[in-house]
Design a protein around this ligand. Structure first.
Ligand code: OXD
Ligand code: MN
Length: 589
């Protein structure tokens, strides 16, 4: 399929290492993908679901020890430890290559190696980057075909250039003790072994589009961020775009596909989804920041997705979708997960493959991290700009977290550097959904802690430096939101979901210089009455409580921020230090 010498000689090298029985180039044609689906069904790797109710949909079950990303086995192998920084696992590259080569040696014997050329971003867009993934898993091929643009057209775009990310995945025997997800940013190389779970093996996603791309962005003057992108259309038909970063379990996919409250819908407001997970951001010719979603699909968490919580995500999974580790309704070969409805199937295959009565089964029928891989084009609210090679102009950047008491519903940073500080101090409190203690504060700067491909302190510096290239009137405004504030009885004080649109409208009005705000210690918060509460069952007093800034709690948080920043030593940018001191001084008054 190509005469590209760099591609071919790398392929020869990987072939010699892994010794597959055969090699198949993925050309992107529907015929080839359909043949692979049939093969995966014949070997039991995938199960065909009800083709009338769920056309083009398949099911896959992973090993029980292989159901999530493995941060403790994820490495950034830069020449020095300092380049990877304190929040990443590091090993010296030659040592890691030696370890991995031993694991990959002969790993594809008796198997087929698939060569997947793929583009992150629309093929040929100035934002886009090319990768080639070698894998011995049809499941990976079929997922990559949904999540990225694949095939011959990508190789044609690459031509004879060596500018592509080399990705090698071998499923091996999914031994968790020898599982490695490794990035060599200087070599444009990703190596993944002993896993078959999406986040560890769909190497275009977190591995390339965040870890490698964040490093490329730092070198080349752009940004790869763990952000959704949404467009908000007003009744005049004008659309403004927002990028937003949240740690996991904060409703990122729900926000990306938000359905406005009824009264706003009636007025003509609409939300359009550009992306639900990753944004690549560059400065455009007009001096504003533009973003694309480098992916072509959604790899979403299934449990909790329902008609009520996220109608658009659910609709996206109705065709051409791969479900992983959810439960199967044996009566009609459809899928089920906790939170879909209150009607678990009686005649059910739970996620590990056991036949159970779903109505009486005690435990989870679907794994809590079970997933759907759905084409973005299925989404009823997909933006018309989704394929725009120039991206969409960003009016606001929003950071968020799950905080019971400290962070108000929304506040605006004073300027770019303050906004970077707000992102750098992002944190979330653990929920009962994850193992471990509940309510523990986890710091997750820009929601990038597991995804930054170089030293986090240099990443902060890159944010500051990007700001220096932007004129103040062109830079997006930066905000922080918290949908999860609780009262003293532990009840959520804000309804969330579609009503979050009310906050987004204030944010966009602020960007247009229209909404009123008052300055407080932490930034600008909405003036009384500035958030539209039409039809909301909420007293003005209750709304005001959402904006209370408890100085004592904030000073405790600042102490925790300071402790967190200490790990970066002298590398912490002076601007971040200055913002911290400034906040401390304001709170101590
Ligand atoms: C994801 C994640 O899967 O952030 O998107 O973990
Ligand atoms: Mn994510």
């Amino acid at each position: 399929m190509t005469n590209n010498k760099v591609v071919l000689s790398w392929l020869e090298e990987m072939k010699a290492l892994t010794t597959p029985d055969s090699i198949v180039w993925i050309d992107g044609s529907e015929e080839q993908l359909e043949a692979l689906r049939a093969e995966a069904v014949s070997t039991g790797e995938m199960i065909k679901l009800n083709q009338e109710k769920l056309p083009g949909c398949y099911y896959h079950r992973t090993a029980e020890n292989d159901v999530a990303r493995v941060e403790d086995r994820t490495f950034i192998c830069t020449p020095t430890k300092e380049e990877a920084g304190p929040v990443n696992n590091w090993m010296e590259p030659s040592e890691m290559y030696a370890k991995l080569n031993a694991l990959y040696a002969g790993s594809m014997k008796g198997r087929t190696m698939y060569v997947i050329p793929y583009s992150m971003g629309p093929v040929g867009s100035p934002f886009s980057k090319i990768g080639i993934e070698l894998t011995d898993s049809i499941y990976v091929v079929l997922n990559m075909a949904i999540m990225t643009r694949i095939g011959k057209l990508v190789l044609d775009q690459l031509g004879d250039s060596g500018d592509f990310v080399k990705c090698l995945h071998a499923k091996k025997d999914v031994n968790p003790d020898e599982r490695y997800i490794v990035h060599f940013p200087q070599d444009n190389t990703i190596m993944s072994v002993n896993s078959a779970y999406g986040g560890n093996v769909l190497l275009g996603k977190k591995c390339f589009a965040l870890r490698i791309a964040s490093y490329q962005g730092m070198q080349e003057g752009w940004m790869a961020e763990h952000m959704l992108i949404l467009g908000l259309e007003n009744p005049k038909g004008e659309v403004k775009y927002i990028c937003a970063a949240f740690p996991s379990a904060c409703g990122k996919t729900n926000l990306a596909m938000l359905i406005p409250p009824e009264y706003l819908k009636e007025k003509g407001y609409k939300v359009w989804t550009v992306g639900d997970d990753i944004a690549w951001i560059r400065k455009g010719k007009d001096g504003r920041l533009y973003a694309i979603n480098p992916e072509a699909g959604f790899f979403g968490v299934a449990p909790g997705t329902s008609v009520k919580t996220n109608f658009n995500a659910l609709e996206s999974t109705k065709k051409n979708t791969i479900f992983t580790n959810v439960a199967i309704n044996n009566d009609d070969m459809t899928v089920w997960w906790e939170g879909l409805d209150k009607n678990p199937p009686e005649n059910c295959t739970e996620w590990t493959g056991k036949q159970v009565n779903g109505k009486t089964f005690e435990g989870k029928l679907a794994h809590p991290n079970s997933r759907f891989t759905a084409p973005a084009v299925n989404c009823p609210c997909i933006s018309s700009e989704f394929e725009n090679p120039e991206g969409v102009p960003i009016s606001a950047i929003v950071f968020g977290g799950r905080r019971a008491k400290t962070a108000p519903l929304v506040y605006q940073a004073r300027d770019w550097n303050h906004g970077v500080f707000v992102g750098a101090t992002m944190a979330s409190e653990t929920t009962a959904a994850a193992a471990g203690a509940v309510g523990v504060v986890r710091r997750d700067p820009m929601a990038m802690k597991p995804f930054v491909g170089y030293n986090m302190a240099d990443y902060f510096q890159h944010w500051i430096d990007m700001g220096k290239t932007l004129d103040a009137d062109k830079a997006p405004e930066i905000f922080h939101v918290n949908w999860f504030r609780q009262d003293d009885e532990g009840n959520f004080m804000w309804p969330g979901f579609g009503d979050n649109m009310r906050v987004l409208l204030w944010i966009l009005d602020r960007c247009a210089g229209e909404a009123s705000a008052r300055e407080c210690e932490i930034g600008y918060i909405p003036e009384k009455g500035a958030i539209d509460t039409t039809d909301l069952d909420m007293t003005p007093e209750a709304l005001e409580e959402l904006f209370e800034v408890d100085k004592k709690l904030w000073l405790e948080d600042v102490a925790d921020q300071e402790k967190y920043f200490a790990q970066f030593g002298d590398k912490l940018p002076a601007e971040i230090k200055a913002e911290l001191e400034n906040l401390k001084a304001k709170l101590s008054k």
